[in-house]
Structure formats: structure tokens, C-alpha cells
Write a protein that binds this ligand. Structure first.
Ligand code: ADP
Length: 329
């Protein structure tokens, strides 16, 4: 009912009386008044004039179902199953629960705040309220578990495309799972998989995008390595619009991968990469390697050539780029 009232307000150019809304909805004027108050609490600016009626002045940039769905141009993603939360432990944890009960591909979970947001290897992902886009989605790709790292590449490519579409920003991919703007992290991707030996049950992809933070909103130790879309574009951004672009580009890129294969994706990944061609340091669980990142292999491993000319194939590790002053960051 609340959504119906919102649609009526949205469609009306001018003030519309409580009586008209009540006729259209078939509920009492008092009930309308209550719903309007709820909408105001959610951040909708609605002016009410005695004997004249109500007028919608401004929609909030809040990650509410109706806001996300209004104008969302996907085929399936977010449209069939969308779960939004004010606060959640972690959107990935919730999406994994949904996936294990059989929810379909394209199911989306979004929260205004995560209290237990995670990066790789259980590292904390800061997800303050209202400042970012903290989302997860379920995938069920018909591929072997060994191919799963390709999904992180698909998502990273989708993310770069989404930021280009939403804000005309040229973001870069840092192997394996970070999206950077001006060499600072704006977005992290966490891919989690549930699989048997020969079959993937599901993949849950978590994406955390810093959107509205000012630099002082980041913990001091992040300030030289993190950024937000607001900082990068010097303007307040619409989280709803960015989320819509993410879902649209993600669905497109994922379907492109399923239908056309990985070659096109990996080529785009190379184009968007900040890692390739750079002098880097890689810390793996076994060793520390210094060298030049020369390419990524078809299985998503990073190929690093060290000083002696030996090529190391990195399956997993932490990469830092050599800066002009010789330090690695
Ligand atoms: P990395 O691959 O860079 O280690 P992860 O994907 O593991 O990154 O993400 C976790 C790390 O990212 C944390 O240890 C922290 O350094 C950093 N981090 C946490 N929250 C944020 C955030 N909101 N924005 C940018 N960086 C963050």
C-alpha cells in the first residue's frame, strides 16, 4: 500500500488531496496519513497542506526496494528476489543462507550498513551506514569449481563498466579483487563458493563500494589508500543510480561470459588492469616475490617475472605496486 501511495504521489505534478489518494487506494484518510508519515520517516520529503493535500518534493537516496526497482533496467537481476536491510551482519552471509535454500541466480541482498563486513581471508571491510553500497548476489554458473576465479574477473570487469556508465569514471582493477580510482581502493570484491568436486552449488559475490565518504570518514590508517566515489568525482553521488548501473552491467557482463566465453572478459580485464606492466611485490603464503607483472593466465593466475627472468605463477597473494620513491603500496 505504501508503495502504491508513493506511485500516486510520484505521478501527480501538483498537490493531491488525501481524499483522492484514499479513493484511489480504497483505504481511509487516516490510514493514508499514517503511510505518509512512514514515508517521511524513510526520508521522502512530502509537503502536507491542510485542505490542499500532499506533494512529493524529494525522494531519498536510500537503498529501499522501491527506489532500486524504479527504473532498474535488468532482465532478471534484483527484479525477482531483492532483499534490503537497514543493518545486517554481512550481505554475503545472508546471501549464502538464501542460496542454500535454493534462491535463484540474480538474487540480490543490499544493506545500508554491515556490522561484520568481510574482505578476503576474513579481513574486516568497513561498511558504515548510508555511506556505501554493500551488496551481494547469487550466481549459479554451469562451470567447474576450478573455473570459479573467472567469476571475480567477470565481476571486476562489470564493476569498471558500471562506474564508467554511472559517473564516467575510469576505474582500474588491481589483481585479484580490488577496484581502484587514482590508485586508491574504492571497491572490494569477495567471491565465495559452495561446491562439490565436479559442480558448483552456488557462488555468492559480495561487493563493497565506497560512495559518500569524505576522507575523514575513513579510519586514519586507510586515508592514503582508500577513496570514495564522492571524493573521486567531487560531487555527491546517487547510490541508487550507481547500484542500478552495477546490477545492469553485472548482469550483462555475466551473461556475456556465459554465452561468449572468457576470452572477451580477460581482454577487457587486461585493458582495465593497473597491475600489468608494473613492478610489484607479491606476498603469498609461502614467499615474497619482487618482479614485473607480465600477464594473467587463462586460469586467472598472475604471471610475475623476477629479476633473474624466472616466471612465477601466482594463484593467491597480496600485491603491492612499486611507487616512484621505491616503496611498495
Ligand atoms: P586486499 O585484497 O587489499 O587485502 P581485501 O579484499 O582483503 O583487500 O579487503 C580487506 C582490506 O581492505 C582490509 O584489510 C582493509 O585494509 C581494507 N578496507 C577495509 N574496508 C575498506 C573500505 N571501506 N574501503 C577501502 N579499503 C577498505
Amino acid at each position: 500500500m505504501k508503495n502504491k501511495i508513493l506511485k500516486i504521489l510520484d505521478a501527480s505534478q501538483d498537490y493531491i488531496s488525501g481524499e483522492d489518494i484514499s479513493d484511489k487506494c480504497g483505504i481511509s484518510r487516516t490510514a493514508i496519513w499514517k503511510h505518509i508519515n512512514t514515508l517521511k520517516e524513510e526520508g521522502y520529503q512530502i509537503d502536507s497542506q491542510p485542505r490542499v493535500g500532499y506533494k512529493l518534493l524529494k525522494r531519498p537516496d536510500a537503498l529501499l526496494d522501491i527506489e532500486i526497482l524504479t527504473g532498474l533496467d535488468t532482465i532478471k537481476w534484483g527484479k525477482e528476489e531483492l532483499y534490503t536491510f537497514e543493518e545486517i551482519d554481512s550481505t554475503n552471509i545472508y546471501a549464502k543462507k538464501l542460496a542454500s535454500t535454493g534462491k535463484p541466480e540474480g538474487t540480490v541482498v543490499v544493506a545500508e550498513e554491515q556490522t561484520l563486513g568481510k574482505g578476503r581471508l576474513g579481513r574486516k571491510w568497513e561498511s558504515p551506514r548510508g555511506k556505501g553500497i554493500w551488496l551481494s548476489f547469487i550466481l549459479r554458473p554451469p562451470i567447474l569449481p576450478a573455473q570459479a576465479p573467472k567469476i571475480t574477473f567477470v565481476v571486476a570487469v562489470g564493476m569498471v563498466r558500471a562506474l564508467k556508465k554511472a559517473l564516467n569514471i575510469e576505474a582500474k582493477i588491481k589483481w585479484p579483487n580490488d577496484i581502484l580510482i587514482n590508485k586508491k581502493k574504492v571497491c572490494g570484491i569477495l567471491t565465495e563458493i559452495s561446491a562439490e568436486i565436479e559442480r558448483i552449488n552456488y557462488i555468492v559475490v559480495g561487493i563493497g563500494v565506497n560512495a559518500q565518504q569524505n576522507i575523514e570518514d575513513f579510519p586514519p590508517e586507510f586515508r592514503d589508500k582508500a577513496t570514495s566515489l564522492k571524493i573521486a568525482s567531487s560531487q555527491k553521488v546517487s547510490r541508487v543510480k550507481i547500484l542500478q548501473c552495477i546490477l545492469e552491467e553485472m548482469e550483462y557482463t555475466y551473461n556475456f561470459y556465459l554465452n561468449k566465453g572468457f576470452a572477451g572478459i580477460i581482454n577487457l580485464w587486461r585493458e582495465y588492469s593497473i597491475t600489468l606492466g608494473e613492478e610489484i611485490k607479491v606476498i603469498t603464503h609461502e614467499e615474497e616475490i619482487f618482479g614485473t607483472a607480465i600477464d594473467v593466465a587463462d586460469d586467472c593466475c598472475l604471471l610475475v617475472k623476477d629479476e633473474s627472468g624466472r616466471i612465477h605463477k601466482i594463484i593467491a597473494g597480496d600485491v603491492s605496486l612499486r611507487k616512484a620513491n621505491g616503496e611498495y603500496a
